[in-house]
Design a binder for this molecule. Structure first.
Ligand SMILES: CC[C@H](C(=O)O)C(=O)SCCNC(=O)CCNC(=O)[C@H](O)C(C)(C)COP(=O)(O)OP(=O)(O)OC[C@H]1O[C@@H](n2cnc3c(N)ncnc32)[C@H](O)[C@@H]1OP(=O)(O)O
Length: 253
């Protein structure tokens, strides 16, 4: 059973679907490998115009890191895992083609960071969005805070991170993090309708505009901030608060 599906639309849209509904599309090392492969494919495929990332099922887009797999990671192992996914989201953020997170349900923890690395976020009405890492005794560990501070007004970004709460998609739209709330009767078709004006442009035009946007994130200063956030999360990873919070979650399940 594959952990992710990659599909190519005739209009140049590449669809990456996480296929772990039994874990609410949690990200493990296999998903990371598939995502890395897809980002490289979209970057190098002249026919690829856009990348859409979504999840399988009605319940969740992505529930973040796979706690059942990552709970056993100690200091160095945790740091390597966080940096590995951080590099992936950095490459997604700076991909030279427009990207979309199609939020088909709950987005929690690193799932919100995955969506934050995309250019657009379209959410099914009623989806819950949770930068809840603070409640686990850690911070965002895949660059999510740095990206939020880049994409939202400072106080709004800090409000979302410090609250560490589950927030309705409609509210996150008012905050400026969600770009469109969709009925979700046929979510992919509703997404395709939003993308139609974009994919009518040539790959060269889409790529040129995206590069105009991401050049600023290719600076050493931005990368330093992005990976300093990850190092701070790694420091908190070993805290007793984090261990207890993870165990509490896994034992409730
Ligand atoms: C690695 C760091 C990273 C970062 O922030 O940088 C992180 O993402 S840390 C992880 C943060 N994520 C979470 O804490 C989210 C945990 N999940 C949930 O809050 C809920 O599952 C939710 C809202 C996504 C969906 O709720 P729902 O009621 O629909 O489902 P259940 O909670 O009953 O879960 C069903 C089933 O899936 C398993 N599950 C869900 N999320 C994860 C996860 N992140 N890792 C591993 N497993 C997960 C859950 O244990 C249940 O399994 P079952 O065997 O059926 O009991």
């Amino acid at each position: 059973m594959t952990v992710a599906n990659i599909e190519h639309d005739r209009d140049g849209v590449v669809w990456f679907t996480i296929c772990r509904p039994e874990k609410r599309n949690a990200i493990n090392f296999e998903v990371m490998d598939k995502l890395k492969e897809t980002i490289k494919l979209v970057e190098n495929d002249r026919q690829a115009k856009m990348l859409v990332i979504t999840g399988t099922g009605e319940e969740a887009f992505c529930s973040g890191g796979d706690l059942s797999q990552f709970q056993h990671l100690q200091a160095e192992g945790a740091k390597q895992m966080l940096k590995r996914m951080g590099e992936l989201l950095y490459s997604l953020l700076t991909l030279s083609k427009p990207t979309v997170a199609l939020i088909n349900g709950a987005a929690m923890g690193g799932g919100c960071e995955l969506a934050s690395a995309c250019d657009f976020r379209y959410a099914k009405s009623g989806s819950k969005i949770g930068f809840i890492q603070g409640k686990l005794g850690i911070t965002t560990g895949w660059g999510g805070a740095t990206m939020l501070f880049e994409k939202l007004p400072y106080a709004q970004a800090l409000n979302i991170l410090l609250r560490a709460e589950r927030i309705q998609a409609e509210t996150m739209q008012a905050y400026g993090w969600i770009d469109a709330v969709l009925p979700g009767n046929d979510l992919r078709e509703e997404c395709r309708q939003l993308l139609a004006p974009y994919v009518s442009q040539s790959v060269a035009v889409l790529r040129a505009y995206k590069l105009a946007a991401v050049e600023k994130w290719k600076s050493d200063e931005f990368r330093m901030r992005f990976f300093a956030e990850i190092s701070r999360c790694a420091e908190l990873w070993g805290s007793e608060e984090h261990a207890k919070a993870v165990q509490a979650f896994l034992q409730k399940s």
